[in-house]
Design a binder for this molecule. Structure first.
Ligand code: MEV
Length: 433
């Protein structure tokens, strides 16, 4: 059976499934059963999901968990998290509880500016282009009126457009570098529509005024948003850091600072350190219907803004006070996109008390900071495998189709035995013998 097909997108859902199953599976009925098992029996809801993307054949589930007890700027939140990694929600919840007993998290939005660019080529004199741009700038803005009027009425819109000379990098390369305030919307469609209109106006005006010498390459927002920045922090007296007798607050603080310093100077460690932060960030970004790829790309670019990939979090001890903080760019929305479409996104936002985009930036930054705190705490004390394998135990038991009774006995058994993949298999086998 040929593995190429034309007109696939025009087939009905069931014909698409028939083709996939016939082409790739020996046990066709079993494959169909798995796909159909994940369909929603509510047809309207299923159709909604079918229409999010093209060629939908089924739904792909991720668990939606919640991490309660997040005290942020004196308000308590239960944070929804969509993620598959077993230990993430447990770690967030533990860190939330730890810090809620120590004054909670403080968060503030530093800036909310977003960026988009029209990339174009002009091979004439730069001075001519500059004066053309200066005389055309107000028309560029005027021509977007139909797109911007609603956003403007709410207090947002285009902040500025600059002409940027990039000819040192590529011959004839210039940009319209535009800045935007998109309020509670992530703003991708708004920004891209404005940019495409700028490009049209630029091209039309250049026809008569610059002898048609501008060639538009592309118009697109930037996911690098270093001026859409949020900061979150926790602090407490050093001696309040220890909540058991295994380590003193001072030793904990010293080791913690060392771990953060290592991530600040060593890219191999920084990537893993930041990955742990993104465990928290992505999970909330996904649960609230935001674009986690955009956030990931922007955050990692920010982590390398000084030329070396480095930690997104920082820590210090001053006058007996331990302080730990994160500063990250987050372009998020709480209106538009999936926010009013996906029932679980709506539910997640309602659980967070329908936050503004600024409030959501703070919540997401806190989730990242909490996750990093939990990871470093484990790394410098017990090591991460203890907690990780405890959460992973259920995955292994499910893999071996353990019954409820077997699960109870094995969870009990592993309270006092080290969990490894082989030890779990051995214990299941012993139990079943
Ligand atoms: C695992 O998903 C995340 C950690 O590796 C993060 C870290 O090392 O800081 C535990």
């Amino acid at each position: 059976m040929s593995k190429t097909i034309s007109g696939f997108s025009k087939l009905s859902k069931s014909k698409k499934i028939d083709w996939i199953v016939d082409t790739y599976f020996s046990n066709k009925e079993a494959a169909k059963t798995v796909l159909k098992q994940y369909w929603n029996s509510n047809e309207k809801l299923q159709q909604l999901h079918d229409e999010f993307i093209e060629n939908t054949i089924t739904n792909y589930y991720l668990p939606l968990g919640v991490a309660p007890n997040f005290l942020i700027n004196d308000k308590t939140y239960t944070i929804p998290m969509a993620i598959e990694e077993s230990s993430v929600v447990a770690a967030a919840s533990k860190a939330a509880k730890f810090w809620s007993d120590r004054g909670g998290f403080k968060a503030e939005v530093i800036s909310t500016t977003k960026i988009g660019q029209v990339h174009f080529i002009f091979n004439g004199e730069t001075e001519k282009l500059k004066s053309f741009f200066n005389s055309t700038k107000s028309k560029l803005i005027e021509d977007t009126h139909a797109i911007t009027k609603n956003m403007q009425a709410r207090g947002g819109g285009i902040l500025d457009i600059e002409l940027r000379d990039k000819t040192n990098a590529i011959e004839g390369y210039y940009q319209l570098h535009a800045t935007f305030e998109t309020l509670d919307a992530m703003g991708a469609n708004f920004i891209n529509s404005c940019l495409e209109q700028f490009a049209k106006t630029l091209k039309t005006e250049a026809e008569s005024k610059l002898n048609n010498s501008i060639e538009i390459v592309m118009s697109i927002l930037s996911n690098y948003v270093p001026d859409c920045l949020v900061k979150a922090e926790v602090s407490c007296p050093v001696n309040a850091l220890s909540d058991d007798n295994s380590i003193t607050g001072e030793d904990f603080a010293n080791k913690f600072l060392q771990a953060v310093n290592i991530a600040e100077v060593e890219p191999y460690r920084a990537v893993t350190h930041n990955k742990g932060i993104m465990n928290g960030i992505d999970a909330v970004v996904l649960a609230t219907g935001n674009d986690f790829r955009a956030v990931e790309a922007g955050v990692h670019a920010y982590a390398s803004r000084n030329g070396v990939y480095s930690s997104l979090t920082h820590a210090e001890v001053k006058d007996g006070i331990f302080k730990f903080w994160i500063e990250i760019p987050l372009a998020l929305g709480t209106v538009g996109g999936l926010t009013s479409l996906h029932p679980l996104v709506k539910l997640s936002l309602e659980m967070l008390n329908k936050p503004s985009a600024k409030e959501l930036m703070q919540i997401v930054a806190v989730a990242g900071l909490a996750q990093n705190f939990a990871a470093i705490r484990s790394l410098i004390t017990t090591g991460i495998q203890q907690g990780h394998m405890k959460m992973h135990l259920m995955n292994i038991l499910n893999q071996f189709e353990a019954t409820l009774e077997e699960k109870e006995q094995l969870v009990e058994h592993f309270k006092s035995n080290t969990i490894t993949h082989s030890a779990v298999i051995e214990a299941i086998e012993n139990l079943r013998r």
